[in-house]
Design a protein around this ligand. Sequence first.
Ligand SMILES: Nc1ncnc2c1ncn2[C@@H]1O[C@H](COP(=O)(O)OP(=O)(O)O)[C@@H](O)[C@H]1O
Ligand SMILES: [Mg+2]
Length: 225
Amino acid sequence: MIKFVRVGKRIGDNAILDNVSLEIEGQEFVSLIGPSGAGKSTLLHLIIGADRVSSGLLYVDNYDLSNMSEKDLALLRRKIGMVFQDYKLLAAKTVYENVAFALEVCEYDENFIKARTNEVLKLVNMYNQRNSFPHQLSGGEKQKVALARALAGNPPLLIADEPTGNLDPQATEELIELFQKINKMGTTVILATHNEKIVNTVKRRVIELREGRIIRDKLASGYKD
Ligand SMILES: Nc1ncnc2c1ncn2[C@@H]1O[C@H](COP(=O)(O)OP(=O)(O)O)[C@@H](O)[C@H]1O
Ligand SMILES: [Mg+2]
């Protein structure tokens, strides 16, 4: 599903990613770890086509991202669900509207939008709060709404960049359980985090970055599929 071949990313004279090669198959759950500044977000930005490689090759879903038009990249992004540390919910919209909006911009029909929005809100246990506004929710609840929005279009790939960065341990645990459930339902998950504890809970493949290079790529100890 994703293939990096000796990918380099430079900004000015700085090598942000250096000689990164990796392959991720459909339905994997990959934890991307490494200290702040290691290049995790940069690597995710390349996958979602928000940024371009400086050298090497990058394929996502069989598309060659190293030479794809902005228009095609925008279409590809619709197939990728994304969750960020800061939720990025629209403050003036309710929980329901935040999720439905993601489908409205893709021009699905009204009945489908209603049914799918309610379905994903139930999936993340936020259906009962569908009429609340973001400011009425806890961090964990906001992130579950952001997750519902990311899943609304049923993307084959879910990318999460430090999604638990602002959450307490209990909310973190609940969110990680949801990621695991979604992965079991067939979605590939790539989760960037500097929280080692999460890796030990998930017990799946771990890719560790340090100063823009992969220093570890292995199955977590106690790996369970
Ligand atoms: N737009 C940018 N301009 C210059 N340097 C950047 C930019 N974005 C990221 N960097 C640098 O790239 C490195 C990796 O950043 P990032 O991918 O955000 O790491 P991580 O997500 O692992 O914390 C850092 O040293 C950061 O300062
Ligand atoms: Mg980051």
